[in-house]
Design a protein around this ligand. Structure first.
Ligand code: NDP
Ligand code: 2IT
Length: 447
């Protein structure tokens, strides 16, 4: 492979040719390469070893069939993958996603982003992602369990506490992690920290469930502090109503903000009075326990439910916490026209490239690899606790999470500072994440 790293167009055209049709992966690489290639031009010490070429080629992509039997006795077959992207700074680490939109391209984009995110946390974790096009929606617990068990029959060959440590993501929460862990434990006859996001009864870390959502608000607090401002009194538009969104809303309430929206794949609710603690408890029960639709919130609290996404709501702060490409360029224009001050991504790559371009120039804008890193960071803390066979308290975990989010903000500021004093968080996160992994690759030789 020739070192083409001086010319973004040549680099991207080679990448597109090698990975045809993988739009999400192309977009994720384009964003990173646009910052790294100019950085390489100014940093001779990182030139000449094909570092970016090596980092954009996964170590391996494992693809397999998952056969299982549904409640009616029908045999079903789904596809699953584990993308082990880079283990230069630690064992592979990243979530599993179960959703009908999962493809190899989606998992390669997520695994690639995870390399930089995990590096930013300062913890020893490489980048990986996995998942399946299996749709857990409407499936019984028994069906989900049989699917997870069948998936693990194949996946267990490739993972381990020092090799690759999966966790949750869209469609994979405590229930799924439990079933996956239980099968791994039986197959391997070991009890190890091989998955994170585990239940508290079998090795999970207190605070992991809340970590991504709380972390994204901690990151927002750091960004606002650079302007001498804070969270209190701000109106916030939030998308999603899953793991990340619920605990983002929770921390916003705790810090005195007013979250006014939440959504799922059927639409969004707009509650101009704000989601308060009592309403959040209802939402948690609706989504985490009953697995119901968001429309029920509107019926109970007499506010509006609409099809579509919540970006027309007037707000100071925005937190996309559902999925990729959920904010278009037009949505970004609407948010900015409505007086948006700052946006922190809870989801991975929720802003389309055009939207990101606009937001990056107009408001305080944090990319997911920086602002949603709290989840994987506490996963890293779960691994440490498992290895030491101890459990930290909630205060200890939360304290560490706050320090890690503040350190990530510091790295973004260091590498993303403009001459005018402003901070380009995207460039800061890309370069801050890259330098550690690139140095590790250099120091370990060409392998
Ligand atoms: P969940 O499955 O818990 O929740 C996902 C939420 O987003 C649900 O409300 C879901 O609605 C909605 N959603 C999912 N796909 C779509 C879609 N295509 N269109 C509209 N709405 C959709 O997932 P998480 O909260 O864990 O993940 C949300 C995002 O955060 C993802 O981008 C994930 O990669 C990212 N993330 C997650 C971390 C974690 O620790 N869990 C860590 C860092 C990032 P419905 O229920 O109707 O499907
Ligand atoms: O995107 C992510 O960082 C996650 N889904 C969490 C990964 C993890 O290993 O906790």
């Amino acid at each position: 492979m020739k070192n083409t790293c001086t010319d973004i167009n040549a680099f991207m055209s080679g990448l597109r040719k090698r990975n045809p049709g993988q739009r999400e992966f192309h977009d994720a690489v384009q964003e990173v390469a646009s910052d790294i290639i100019p950085f390489l031009a100014d940093h001779k010490e990182f030139q000449g070893e094909c570092l970016l070429e090596r980092l954009t080629e996964p170590d391996r992509v494992i693809s397999f069939r998952v056969s299982w039997v549904d409640d009616e006795g029908n045999v079903r077959a789904d596809r699953a993958w584990r993308v082990q992207f880079c283990n230069a700074i630690g064992p592979y680490k990243g979530g599993m996603r179960f959703h009908p939109t999962v493809t190899e391209s989606v998992l390669k984009f997520l695994g690639f982003e995870q390399i930089f995110k995990n590096s930013l946390t300062g913890l020893p974790m490489g980048g990986a992602k996995g998942g399946s096009n299996f749709n857990p929606k409407g499936k019984s617990d028994g069906e989900v369990m049989r699917f997870c068990q069948s998936l693990m029959i194949e996946l267990h060959r490739y993972i381990g506490p020092d090799t690759d440590v999966p966790a949750g993501d869209i469609g994979v929460g405590a229930r799924e992690v439990g079933y996956l862990f239980g099968k791994y434990r039986r197959l391997s006859n070991t009890f190890t920290g091989v998955l994170t996001g585990k239940g508290l009864n079998f090795g999970g870390s207190i605070g992991r469930k809340e970590a991504t959502g709380h972390g994204v608000v901690y990151f927002m607090r750091e960004m606002l502090a650079t302007r001498g401002d804070g969270i209190e009194g701000k109106t916030a538009v939030v998308s999603g109503s899953g793991n990340v969104a619920l605990y983002c809303i929770e921390k916003l309430i705790q810090l005195g903000a007013k979250p006014v929206t939440a959504s799922d794949s059927s639409g969004f609710i707009y509650d101009p009075n704000g989601i308060d603690e009592e309403k959040l408890a209802f939402l948690k029960d609706l989504k985490e326990v009953r697995r119901g639709r968001i429309e029920e919130y509107a019926e109970k609290y007499g506010c509006t439910f609409s099809v579509g996404r919540p970006w027309a709501a007037k707000a100071h702060l925005a937190f996309p916490c559902a999925t990729q490409n959920e904010i278009t360029e037009d949505d970004a224009k609407t948010l900015i026209a409505n007086g948006l001050m700052a946006l922190a991504e809870g989801a991975n790559m929720p802003c389309e490239p055009g939207a990101q371009h606009l937001l990056r120039q107009s408001v305080l804008y944090a990319p997911g690899k920086a602002s949603n890193a709290g989840g994987v960071a506490v996963s890293g803390l779960e691994q440490s606790q498992n290895a030491m066979r101890i459990n930290w308290s909630l205060e200890e975990v939360d304290q560490r999470l706050q320090i890690i989010m503040s350190d990530i903000h510091g790295k973004c500021s260091k590498y993303g500072k403009h001459a005018n004093g402003g901070i380009d968080y995207v460039r800061g996160a890309n370069i801050g994440g890259f330098t550690k992994v690139a140095s590790a690759l250099q120091e370990c030789g060409v392998v």
